[in-house]
Design a protein around this ligand. Structure first.
Ligand code: NAD
Ligand code: TYD
Length: 350
């Protein structure tokens, strides 16, 4: 069945993988990538599919309600998959208001636009909100986040995402908007902006720069290969129960310091450097304020109800990720020099 789907944040890390999956897997759909192209938006991420006949790019800022409405009026979507966000915890500590504008107000603008367009007939419509496990707060040494875990966000980033989740539930409860949500753990993979742990470390190892590990490095995250997250979004968007959320994670916990050491080992092998070379770059630095100790997802609901499971092991995923960065040095150079931001002007602006 043909569908028109607006994917917000499609020029970003996870969004670009979701756009690619939908454009190639569902040629009968029209995919509209709505993105403001902030520092995190990079259309070079979508070079390989930008000329597909079922792909359209619309530059728009979700904070601007009129701009959002104009895109909804133009395309009359049946579905929305909402990934656009300010996504980096460290930036949220220095600029929290940016997170309120995009993550909270931007989400409400999208909910309003969908409600107004669909209110006469909700059948066949769906608003999928992509969220994070960070809304649940921090775990101690044991236990997992389930869908029933109470929200307890700590950083301005997670507080803004928790707020946006609450608005999504409120639109479902108040107006009957057909929503689904996914709360996913930390992603890694190709196209990841080198401000986040894994791509930053890969970039710094390539350039022999210090590897800044916050605090004692004992903080724990549950890592998932980005393509497995995109597969989960596909399944929940199509088969998830309306009004519900699904936790998505890899059952793959790593303490930061152990992960960085594994990365160093794999990078030394791939760069043919003597074993132990990259580890010498590890530098313990001042801790992040309010640093959450541990995240771990119980992904059994999505596994039991929809049959989703990660498709790659962490060692395989990490190896593929490093290979991608080594084979795409130009992407990394463009991102670190800022040259990627000219791509839109060359390809799209008239
Ligand atoms: P990202 O920072 O790589 O990309 C965000 C995208 O949103 C960019 O293309 C940017 O241009 C766009 N954007 C930002 N503000 C916008 C605005 N006001 N209007 C329109 N577009 C705007 O983010 P990501 O890591 O790909 O995360 C995508 C989504 O997944 C986010 O909602 C995030 O909270 C969620 N998430 C991320 C992770 C992770 O590990 N990265 C884990 C779980 C959930
Ligand atoms: P990050 O990739 O920023 O994701 P999040 O904060 O959303 O989990 O950080 C992952 C973990 O790595 C987190 O515990 C903070 C830590 N970290 C460092 O130790 N050094 C760094 O340079 C960065 C960016 C993160």
């Amino acid at each position: 069945m043909s569908k028109r789907i607006i994917i917000t944040g499609g020029a970003g890390f996870i969004g670009s993988h979701v756009v690619r999956l939908f454009v190639t897997k569902y040629p009968e759909y029209t995919i509209i990538n709505l993105d403001a192209l902030t520092y995190a938006g990079n259309l070079e991420n979508l070079k390989d599919i930008e000329n597909h006949p079922n792909y359209i790019f619309e530059k728009a800022n979700i904070v601007d309600a009129e701009a959002v409405k104009a895109v909804f009026d133009k395309y009359k979507p049946d579905g929305v998959i909402h990934l656009a966000a300010e996504s980096h915890v460290d930036r949220s500590i220095t600029s929290p208001l940016d997170f309120v504008y995009t993550n909270v107000i931007g989400t409400v603008n999208l909910l309003n636009a969908a409600k107004e367009l669909w209110k006469k007939d909700y059948s066949g419509k769906r608003f999928h909100h992509v969220s994070t496990d960070e809304v649940y707060g921090a775990l101690g040494e044991t236990g997992f986040f389930t869908e029933a875990t109470k929200y307890d966000p700590h950083s301005p980033y997670s507080a803004s995402k928790a707020s946006s989740d609450h608005f999504v539930y409120a639109y479902s409860d108040t107006y009957g908007l057909p929503v689904v949500l996914t709360n996913c753990s930390n992603n890694y993979g190709p196209n990841h902006f080198p401000e986040k742990l894994i791509p930053l470390m890969i970039h710094n190892i390539i350039h022999n720069k210090p590897l800044p590990v916050y605090g004692d490095g004992k903080y724990t995250r549950d890592w998932l290969y980005v393509i497995d997250h995109a597969r989960a979004i596909d399944q929940v968007f199509h088969q998830g129960t309306v009004g519900e959320n699904y936790n998505v994670g890899g059952f793959n916990e790593w303490k930061n310091i152990d992960l960085v050491k594994l990365l160093c080992k794999q990078m030394d092998e791939k760069l043919e450097r003597p074993a132990g070379t990259s580890e010498q770059l590890i530098t313990f630095v001042k801790d992040r304020p309010g640093h959450d100790l541990r995240y771990a997802i119980d992904a059994s609901k999505i596994n039991k109800e929809l049959g989703w499971a990660p498709s790659v092991t962490f060692e395989e995923g990490l190896s593929k990720t490093i290979d991608w960065y080594l084979e795409n040095k130009e992407w990394l150079d463009h991102v670190t020099s800022g040259a990627y931001q000219a791509y839109y002007e060359q390809q799209y602006a008239h």
